[in-house]
Design a protein around this ligand. Structure first.
Ligand code: ADP
Length: 445
């Protein structure tokens, strides 16, 4: 058979061309890889180095073609290319920066997250010492760390991970969580670092701390207002009890009024103080701030259901229209829950008779990355008297009102970087609105 008959039909034309060129002396030799069909039907890859030998007269004599089966090598190379491509895709898809270095600290590879996090292009970093990604105090000692590890084998960070700092291209430092693995590649040792940017987490933590501090301030303000409020019933109670004591010193028929009256008045003052304290507990007694992103809609639904359970049964209507497309905010749900329940309670008190009363809660997005929540009622609207000082402590038109709800609500909303305001609704009733900043969306920063 002719050798060319074993060439895979797909490669046959190319091989015939090359063979012609050899025969016509156009090329002295060539090397080529192509597929051949074995007798058993299996396709194999071969590598040929073809050349022409000449006789003494210089005439072409033999074509020599050593053929080597390279199927296995081809498959391995192919697998390697695929593996590398897959690995690169996986690494580039990771959210953490992944950086590999050799034992001299020279960067071998950095993934896409690493480019973004540190603000460099890959080729600005590969081949340079990884020190460039560290603040000076770590950079100075990094070579020493590696040398020490190689010498003593005592790992300080490898396999454990720790919090540290990174340095961006523009020189700014940022908090990171760093963990390192080592890998032996043939005989070379390599270190692979996984870096997580903690800036966002730190920002949220400090925001939460701030909220907690502001909450304390709000409580402090409340305590002042309450001391002021408690003083009055205490003084009155003292007077009534003193009166009762004096009365008891006289025989009953000489008393101007029954002792029971004075005691009953003292008891009423005690009850009033109890009310005041209950209000305080409502505002402060509900545990630590919750340190997570929260859905405002979920909170509204929960608080509205609680606040409305009784009024609804008596005929009041509650309409929820939570149509803001985004509603995730960084907040203390206990505090914002207090604001909501306070506004809903005011609305319910405003509508008076639940029958025919209507309260609506809606949300909408504002232009400046804020979400707005409106709580409207069909009550009598704001009394002129209180309109200006609505959010100041101890402003109330209610006989048993404390007048602290709205002032506390305002300090809570402002501690969350939002705003609160009240408007009389032209169609009757009042609308209270507050805004809260939305949590940054993935990729916003
Ligand atoms: P309190 O409810 O104890 O009086 P707040 O600070 O919650 O204290 O409210 C202060 C005052 O604001 C109320 O006494 C009332 O006059 C007015 N107000 C609050 N909400 C409404 C509302 N939805 N409609 C009309 N007036 C309201």
């Amino acid at each position: 058979m002719r050798l060319v008959d074993t060439v895979d039909p797909e490669d046959r034309e190319e091989i015939s061309d090359l063979a012609d060129q050899i025969l016509h002396g156009e090329v002295p030799a060539y090397v080529n890889e192509h597929r051949r069909l074995r007798k058993d039907g299996e396709l194999i890859w071969v590598r040929e180095s073809v050349s022409m030998t000449h006789d003494a007269a210089g005439e072409p004599r033999w074509v020599v073609r050593p053929v080597e089966d390279v199927t296995e090598r081809k498959r391995m190379a192919d697998t390697a290319v695929r593996t590398v491509a897959q690995l690169a895709a996986v690494l580039d898809g990771a959210k953490d920066a992944i950086i590999s270095i050799d034992i001299k600290g020279v960067v071998q590879w950095v993934n896409a997250a690493g480019e973004r996090m540190f603000g460099y292009d890959r080729d600005e970093v590969i081949g340079r010492n990884v020190r460039m990604l560290m603040p000076p105090r770590h950079a100075e000692r990094h070579d020493g760390y590696i040398a020490n590890y190689l010498e003593t084998g005592v790992a300080r960070i490898i396999g454990t991970g720790r919090e540290s700092e990174g340095r961006r291209n523009d020189g700014t430092l940022f908090p990171i969580e760093l963990s390192i693995n080592e890998a032996a590649v043939y005989n070379d040792l390599m270190f692979v670092g996984f870096v997580r940017d903690l800036s966002e987490r730190r920002r949220i933590e400090s925001r939460i701390d701030q909220l907690a501090a502001q909450r304390l301030t709000a409580i402090g303000g409340m305590a002042g207002a309450l001391a002021h409020e408690l003083n009055q019933p205490l003084a009155a109670m003292g007077v009534y009890l003193e009166t009762a004591r004096r009365m008891l010193q006289k025989p009953p028929h000489l008393r101007a009024a029954p002792v029971e009256d004075a005691i009953a008045r003292a008891v009423a003052q005690v009850a009033r103080m109890g009310d005041i304290l209950r209000h305080l507990r409502d505002f402060v007694g509900r545990g630590e701030p919750d340190k997570t992103f929260q859905s405002l809609h979920a909170l509204i639904e929960k608080v509205a259901a609680e606040s409305f359970s009784v009024a609804k049964a008596r005929g009041a209507a509650l309409a929820l229209d939570l149509s803001a497309a985004r509603d995730i905010v960084v907040m203390d749900p206990v505090q914002i829950g207090q604001v909501l329940s306070n506004l809903l309670r005011n609305a319910l008190e405003a509508i008076g008779d639940p029958l025919g009363g209507r309260v609506a809660v809606s949300t909408a997005l504002e232009d400046d990355g804020m979400i707005r929540c409106d709580i409207s009622d069909n009550g009598p609207g704001l009394a002129d008297l209180v309109e200006e000082r609505l959010f100041e402590p101890l402003t109330s038109t209610k006989a048993s009102g404390m007048g602290v709800g709205l002032s506390i609500s305002k300090s809570i909303i402002e501690a969350h970087y939002g705003r609160i305001r009240a408007q009389s609704n032209p169609r009757g009733g009042t609308v209270f609105s507050f805004t809260l900043p939305l949590a940054a969306e993935e990729g916003d920063e």
